[in-house]
Design a protein around this ligand. Sequence first.
Ligand code: PGA
Length: 253
Amino acid sequence: MNTKLVVGNWKMNGDLTANAALAGSLLLAMGTPRCAVAVCAPMPYLAQMQAILANSPVALGAQDVSSHADGAFTGEISGSMLRDFGVRYVIVGHSERRQYHGETDQLVADKVKQALAVGVTPIVCMGETLAQREAGATEEVVRRQLAAVVHGNGHCISEIVLAYEPVWAIGTGKTASPEQAQKVHAVLRAQLRAATDHAAGVKILYGGSMNAGNAAQLLVQSDIDGGLIGGASLKAQEFLAIIAAADAVAASA
Ligand code: PGA
């Protein structure tokens, strides 16, 4: 089995003091996890987190990247700027960006391309809304979202990380059941198989109210390779418990 990947998405939370305290508590208690771990900090704190996480088992991530390489794009942050600060992963196409910032499938595919071009691994988010699930459109929606990324990135597709994040489960306390999540992950895996010989190595994370209580049941599913964790990643003990769950699942596999 592949190593699991556990990623914290801090969203627009934290400040210099809180970040140092949270990261400090994580590093103090983490030891050497078997799984890969990353935290995606808000942009202004990348330098702070780069310093704190240096030589630690926790990789640095960002939460967005420009769809352009450089130039007159006021307020945007390029992939090479992220790389300058030691960023290893960048979340792309999170549903909050699709919903509140009008990000389209095409824009998401362009952002993925920019991240890949500079060697930053995009964590590409996809997922259905409650209305889409209730209309039986879940598979169609995620297939369409993945197809745009595959189309725009060709053989590089094996270099990405995917995150299935049902919109109705994000920050709501409602988690997809392990069976619901596994079903969608299997759909995504099959679609990846059609695009690359390396589909088995592409990590597909689950995100949406993952916490210490439900992580193990989700992570044990055959196509769930890790988690993208929002709320629970802001509490050191909770995030550490998810990492421990990922390690326990890997150890028993
Ligand atoms: P949540 O967020 O864990 O708070 O539901 C997950 C995400 O939005 O990445």
